[in-house]
Design a protein around this ligand. Structure first.
Ligand code: BTN
Length: 253
């Protein structure tokens, strides 16, 4: 796979003057981006690494980030929205990645609520969006971390049955195109127009899912994902529930 290059990423940015930082090896591009924002970075920026030694996932999990076989990418964005609207960036990022996988591969990516991208039955991409808030609770920056397995063939044992790779895509092009799409979606954060596509890409709508809340296990139908990203389900006891976060599984038939 060709090397990551700031110069080549820039060619795909449609004249956006975002700062681009490329690392051979870093603990986590999200952590590095956060450190940069806390040290005063106030422009939009892209952080990309060949390899992460402490890639972070949601719910305190790690993200497997071996050298040269994936895109480990973080966008630092400054949308002019309050924290409420800014939370939509997670869904927006999932749609951005799915759109670009379709454009570049013609494969059929699906979004597993909240924001994992699947091809077939396996996860190929995870997204970790974080906000850095100002002292007045306004959004100082959004840190949108995206990890895509591209040509990783061998996964650690605990991931072997659940993770897969998309196949080779030029990482510079992928990073540039994802950033441009994220910037477009930033303008749509207040109206959430990208949620229509989010629902279209959904892996779970209409399916039977299982989840646990407050120590209770539930089986339910996934009925709708509202524009604020919450999942509306009806349990097998007929109870309507609204899920805002957390893990769900698709029930095996
Ligand atoms: C998940 O699967 O729960 C989210 C994984 C997010 C991984 C990406 S890789 C680039 C960025 N840096 C990190 O440490 N995490 C995100």
């Amino acid at each position: 796979m060709s090397n990551i290059s700031a110069e080549i990423i820039r060619k795909y940015l449609n004249n956006n003057d975002a700062e681009i930082k490329v690392f051979d090896c870093i603990d986590s591009t999200n952590s590095e981006a956060k450190r940069a924002v806390e040290a005063g970075l106030c422009r939009d920026a892209i952080f990309v690494a060949e390899k992460q030694t402490a890639g972070r996932g949601r719910c305190g999990k790690s993200f497997y980030s071996p050298s040269g076989t994936g895109l480990y990418f973080t966008a630092v964005l400054h949308p002019e929205t309050g924290l409420g609207d800014a939370t939509g960036i997670t869904a927006a990022a999932a749609v951005a990645v799915a759109d670009i996988i379709v454009e570049e591969t013609k494969k059929d990516p699906k979004i597993k609520w909240v924001n994992d991208i699947f091809i077939g039955k396996k996860k190929v991409c995870g997204i970790l969006a974080e906000a850095v808030a100002d002292s007045d609770f306004s959004v100082k920056a959004l840190i949108v971390g995206i990890g895509i397995n591209l040509t990783t063939e061998v996964f650690p044992e605990e991931l072997a049955d659940i993770a897969a790779s998309v196949g080779e895509i030029d990482r510079n092009k992928l990073a540039g195109k994802i950033f441009v799409k994220l910037k477009q979606f930033c303008d749509a954060l207040p109206c959430r127009s990208f949620m229509e596509d989010y629902r279209r890409y959904s892996l779970i709508l209409g399916k039977t899912i299982t989840f646990s809340r407050n120590g209770i296990d539930y089986t339910a139908e996934a009925e709708n994902i509202s524009d604020d990203g919450s999942l509306e389900v009806v349990t097998d006891k007929g109870e309507k529930m609204l899920l805002n976060s957390g893990e769900i599984s698709i029930k095996a038939k």
